[in-house]
Design a binder for this molecule. Structure first.
Ligand SMILES: Cc1cc2nc3c(=O)[nH]c(=O)nc-3n(C[C@H](O)[C@H](O)[C@H](O)COP(=O)(O)O)c2cc1C
Length: 193
């Protein structure tokens, strides 16, 4: 079992941040978070998540026009913004990632299976990644408010990669948080049959 400090870091004090301390993010922490996140399970170990870290002022300016208006200031202020994406040709790596059977053939040429599997598992991996970033002491601000098609045409043109959502990453300014919104109680969201 995790101790209460670890539970606080990952869950009780883990919040969605929009304001950031003036503190750089060590790129090694992002790499360590990646190494943790990829240990989370995906179907057939397909690992479709791809991440583009936007750090330079130049790359931030490139990202800016695709953001929903309410997401512009927080994203421009964040030390790093991750474009969490999905590789629609993830199955080409299955001979390495799931070598004990021909898992590539479960997907090649099967558009529905590719789309469902890439979206499901890249979203799962993104969740693992948020917790892994928190485990490195970082804070996150996930966002789906942006124009996926336009962003993809700029950042991923000519590739099988499509954006899923964005995560601002840094050290959050806790003083600027609003009160935590309520969560569903077990009985409101779960049942035991
Ligand atoms: C996939 C995803 C997309 C989100 N998109 C946006 C967004 O576009 N803009 C925004 O301000 N917040 C966005 N949020 C933030 C959520 O509203 C926030 O995580 C939720 O209310 C929980 O807040 P808390 O972590 O502080 O408890 C998004 C969160 C997730 C996980």
């Amino acid at each position: 079992m995790l101790n209460s400090d670890a539970l606080d870091l990952l869950f009780h004090n883990g919040r969605t941040f929009s304001a950031w301390q003036d503190r750089d993010v060590d790129i090694n922490l992002l790499k360590q978070a990646w190494d943790l996140a990829v240990l989370g399970p995906t179907s057939a170990n397909c690992e479709p998540m791809r991440v583009t870290f936007i750090e330079s002022a130049e790359a931030k300016a490139r990202l800016k026009p695709y953001l929903a208006e309410g997401n512009v200031d927080k994203t421009m202020a964040a030390p790093v913004t991750a474009i969490v994406a999905q590789d629609l040709e993830f199955y080409e790596k299955l001979p390495d990632l799931y070598p004990h059977t021909d898992a590539r053939s479960w997907f090649a040429g099967k558009e529905d299976a590719i789309k469902t599997t890439a979206f499901r598992n890249s979203s799962l991996q993104a969740g693992y990644f948020i917790l892994a970033l928190r485990a490195q002491g970082l804070d996150c601000g996930p966002m789906s408010g942006f124009d996926n098609a336009k962003l993809d045409a700029d950042f991923f043109a000519g590739t099988p990669v499509k954006s899923n959502f964005l995560i601002n990453i840094g050290y959050g300014d806790r003083a600027k948080l609003h009160a935590r919104s309520p969560r569903l109680a077990f009985d409101q969201g779960a049942e035991i049959l």
